[in-house]
Design a protein around this ligand. Structure first.
Ligand SMILES: [Fe+2]
Ligand SMILES: [Fe+2]
Length: 194
């Protein structure tokens, strides 16, 4: 089953993107073991998180509309974000994934959101810290992710927002929701999302 999924995925992505997907799967499984999440689910979600990336970015919004995937106006204005929403649908249609936690992790991996589950957080950060990634600040992020998941996400958002602002890019509101959620985690009385 897993081998079939890998072959299909390999055929639909560039070699670089497929290697990245294997890296995210490995990193997600490792983080799942550290933070007490289902390692097999984390591996599959990591493997498939970019499964829509084989569709050209300029066609992804049309594919969402065609398949009935609801995306809001901010997502429409942020083309690099769309493959997460589309990817959840492709994982269901083409890879037979029915697990809502895995689909949620694929859907939210690009910009996050409020009240993310542990699996969603793991995929979100594993996308940045997997071994093939190379960008300014990745070492600090890798150090942080081994200590505290939320602190690593906070650092990652800080890095991403700095970049967005320096480029005058539109900032998707879901990443602000994730930021606010992380900053107020200590004030929450009930544990959510596990
Ligand atoms: Fe992605
Ligand atoms: Fe990715």
């Amino acid at each position: 089953m897993l081998n079939e999924i890998k072959e299909k995925l390999r055929a639909s992505l560039s070699e670089k993107r497929y290697t990245h997907s294997l890296g995210v799967a490995d990193e997600a499984r490792r983080l799942a073991q550290i933070y007490g999440c289902d390692a097999d689910k984390a591996y599959l979600a990591g493997l498939l998180h970019d499964c829509a990336k084989g569709i050209p970015t300029d066609r992804q919004i049309a594919e969402c509309d065609k398949r009935g995937v609801k995306i809001d106006k901010w997502t429409r204005m942020c083309p690099p974000v769309v493959h997460g929403f589309l990817g959840a649908q492709i994982a269901k249609e083409s890879y037979g994934v029915t697990d809502s936690e895995i689909l949620g992790a694929i859907r939210h991996h690009t910009v996050g959101g409020d009240g993310m589950t542990l699996l969603e957080k793991i995929i979100y950060i594993a996308d940045m810290t997997e071994k093939n990634r190379d960008f300014d600040g990745v070492t600090e992020l890798r150090n942080e992710v081994n200590k505290d998941l939320d602190s690593a996400i906070e650092l990652s958002i800080r890095q991403q927002l700095k970049l967005c602002m320096s480029r005058r890019s539109i900032i998707h509101p879901d990443i602000i929701c994730l930021w606010n959620d992380i900053l107020t985690r200590d004030t929450k009385t009930t544990e959510r999302g596990h």
